[in-house]
Design a protein around this ligand. Sequence first.
Ligand SMILES: [Zn+2]
Length: 348
Amino acid sequence: MRAVQITAFGGPENLKVVDVPRPEPGANEVLVKIVRSGVNPVDRSQLIGRWQWLQLPHIPGSEIAGTIAALGPGVSGLKIGQRVGVALRLFCGRCYYCLRGQEQLCESDPRSATAPAIPGAFTEGGYAEYTAVPAVNAIPLPDEVDFDAACTATLDGVTAWHMVDRARVEPGDCVLVVGATGGLGTFFLQLCRLRGAVPFAVTGTPQHAGRLEELGAEATIDRTAQDVAAEARRLTDGRGMNVVLDPTGAASWPASIGSLARGGRYATCGILTGAEVTLNLAPFYTQEQEAIGSTGGTRLDLAQCLDAIARGTLRAVIYKHFPLEDAAAAMAALGDEHRLGKVLLTIE
Ligand SMILES: [Zn+2]
């Protein structure tokens, strides 16, 4: 089968189109014929060598939608030809956390203490014609959800859904959405509105303010020209934000924590711009603020996200499609200054 491998750590030029044997589904696995594969910053983290334990060559790709091509031994309840999205989290189903219904915290692989145990990172991923995944991760798609939207739901949709839950976004909350034009940000804005909250978009591409406001943003803050924390206070009568949803990491931390209201909740699900931050505990405790971690989401989160897309209350925002062979260009497009929404690989 055709696939794209990371052959060395570095830039997009290290993504090579190769011909490799089609995987065989093992016990309790299914083979998925991939139709769409998302290009996610998590793939770029692998490419640039942030996860040094990755064995090269490696097929990245953690956002996968397609049809079932074969069933491994022991699989029941799924059919060949069925349309599926691949649930994000690899989990054992037997550990302390899995038994509590928190499969996103599964402790079966010690590497998951510092990196999310997801397909395409802990397995060979979706930049390929086929991939083998655990049958419990193959989630049937509602008829109304096309492969573009399904692919987008499998990582960004489910991660946004879970983090909005973790941050306890409530009606009337003022919410700062950092990285608003990204795959996660476009979902955060919509999910805040669905909960009756008021989201404010932070972006480096203010020309998209109109599109962000269509997705739910009450106002847009240009982080390249404005003081984000000061603007967050100005927009909330001086109080600050009840919630900050920041998937971007250390670079935006001072502005994000500085934007919080008394009783405010900061939530993070990624470290693209760095992992180490400092925190002054004095204002943090006296104002009863919270910092909340969130990682991916569960199959329930994915099912709920797909239902919302099927009902038309949530929509995927797509930036561009690329053929599998152009994965390097697709990866480069992640960094496009004017990108709004998802970059997808078309595999047909
Ligand atoms: Zn487990």
